[in-house]
Design a protein around this ligand. Structure first.
Ligand SMILES: *Cc1c(COP(=O)(O)O)cnc(C)c1O
Length: 490
């Protein structure tokens, strides 16, 4: 293999192809309305990257409102139509933890979706956006009494109870208020899915949920899940709506969801029979995947919806039960692709790294890897550090006719692990002052952002009909110093 830029670098992971055209936008990675203009600059709804930089600065989260809305609508429509004849449609709860602010919460409501929260803070955003309690769910494995009270104050549609311990607390708090809490039970069906595979296990060793394994409590033969159903049915403070599961994240294939649905339906039928009651709802959770790199191949919502509908239809027929009302909780699949992060390039350096190569393919030869530093990093995108997540990047401020060069986009933090895009081919003439865009940063980036190294968290701009406006302003130095009590208190 030759040490040239037109062949794959031996330092690159196997899945990463050398792009035929380093300027091309791979459509599945980008929001609606993202293009290059005639001058070669990246644009969204006709607004150029450099205009965004001039008006709002970098780093900047740039979100397409129409993209967000159309993905939200696509989930609602696909699931409604697949389940129409089974249970009259599906309730789609947008998972607010992936990205939440009042503007986004209001789009969610506009598009006919509901909203899932998992803290008092997220409930506060929902309340400020004017979302009513019946359209809200509350998750979490350790809800505080204050959060449970707040959920009851807001008359939440559902509190998803995570443990026997919490079931007791919710029941006590509701009873002491003379109220009844709407409760779903989060079960762990022993199906864990990620991307292409799922694994099925009998026992659960994780903090979330009530185990369905038969020996999971002290009560001989009763699973924690069954014990919770029995208790919930007997507590006057609890209205048991149904069952919930969430099997993982960034899932492409429907099989994991289908297996979880079958397990929960079987359990639901058994509980209805044994305790002579009905569980009218079943939530199959979120975790639908998106494309972060060209090798990711998520399925359209209709494909997942149709596959699941077939399973629910046949399993309910086999069990002889009336199908429960189905709900789902997509987060990433609605907001992830709506957003890219715009960064400015600063310091550049190239290192040479040993790898097998040379004329025999076996000699140790050195190959170049270029480090491209940007003005943000792990404080605005922690996913590469947390999960080894892969991303993609493109030169945004201009086109280039230079050859592709294996590059690593890194942040400005004091950590060598501060990587934004581990491996990507960027044109070899990328220089300080250029703008880079990293697509697919709508979910779990801003939401997980920090002030590490006293960096101000970036703002979020929403683009609609050719104009851009802030939906969350970026932090200022004053914000950073606001909570510091000052030397007078030392
Ligand atoms: C995180 C989470 C979701 C959303 O997951 P995505 O991967 O963003 O779709 C849904 N439900 C629950 C319970 C979650 O914890």
């Amino acid at each position: 293999m030759q040490d040239t830029n037109s062949t794959a670098s031996p330092l690159a992971p196997e899945w990463l192809a050398v792009p035929g055209d380093v300027n091309a936008l791979h459509a599945p990675l980008w929001a609606e309305g993202v293009n290059r203009d005639d001058a070669g600059e990246l644009t969204i709804d006709g607004i150029t990257a450099s205009e965004l930089k001039a008006q709002f600065g970098t780093p900047l989260f740039v979100m397409s409102e129409s993209d967000f809305r159309s993905r939200a609508r696509a989930f609602k429509e696909a699931f409604d139509s697949a389940f129409e004849d089974i249970c009259g449609g599906v309730d789609v709860y947008y998972a607010g933890k992936s990205f939440l602010c009042t503007a986004v919460a209001s789009w969610v409501a506009d598009e006919g979706l509901r909203l899932d929260t998992c803290s008092g803070g997220e409930l506060a955003v929902a309340a400020r956006a004017g979302i009513k309690g019946p359209d809200l769910g509350l998750h979490g494995n350790n809800k505080s009494d204050a959060e449970i009270n707040r959920a009851l104050d807001m008359k939440l549609g559902r509190i998803v109870v995570d443990s026997l311990d919490e079931l007791d607390r919710v029941a006590k708090i509701a009873s002491s208020r003379g109220e009844v809490a709407n409760v779903m039970l989060r079960l762990t069906p022993g199906v864990h899915a990620h991307t292409h595979e799922f694994i099925a296990t009998a026992h659960e060793d994780q903090k979330f949920g009530l185990s369905m394994a038969d020996d999971s409590t002290d009560q001989a033969g009763l699973s924690a899940a069954e014990e919770a159903v029995a208790a919930a049915t007997s507590y006057p403070g609890i209205e048991l709506l149904g069952l919930h599961c969430h099997i993982g994240s960034q899932i492409f294939e429907p099989d994991g969801f289908a297996l979880a649905a079958e397990k929960l339906l079987g359990f639901l039928a058994r509980m209805q029979e044994k305790y002579s009651m009905t569980l009218p709802e079943l939530d199959l959770g979120g975790g639908h995947g998106i494309a972060y790199t060209p090798v990711d191949t998520p399925r359209p919502p209709a494909e997942i919806a149709n596959a699941l509908a077939a399973v629910v239809r046949s399993k309910c027929a086999e069990l002889g039960i009336v199908p429960p009302r189905i709900s789902i909780e997509p987060g990433r699949a609605i907001v992830g692709t709506s957003t890219f992060t715009l960064y400015e390039v600063g310091t550049l350096k190239t290192v040479r790294v040993d790898a097998p190569g040379g004329t025999t393919g076996q000699e140790n030869v050195t190959f170049p890897r270029r480090y491209v530093s940007v003005d943000g990093g792990m404080s605005d995108n922690a996913r590469p550090v947390l999960y080894d997540a892969d991303y993609s990047a493109i030169l945004a401020s201009r086109e280039s006719s230079a050859a592709p060069q294996l590059s690593r986009v890194v942040g400005k933090h004091c950590e060598s692990g501060d990587i934004v895009v581990r491996d990507v081919y960027l044109p070899e003439d990328v220089a300080a002052g250029d703008l880079l865009a990293v697509p697919g940063t709508g979910a779990y980036c801003w939401a997980l952002s920090s002030n590490y190294n006293y960096l101000a968290r970036p703002g979020v701009v929403a683009v609609r009909n050719g104009s851009a406006r802030l939906i969350v302003r970026g932090e200022t130095e004053e914000d950073l110093l606001n909570r510091d009590m000052g030397v007078a208190n030392v």
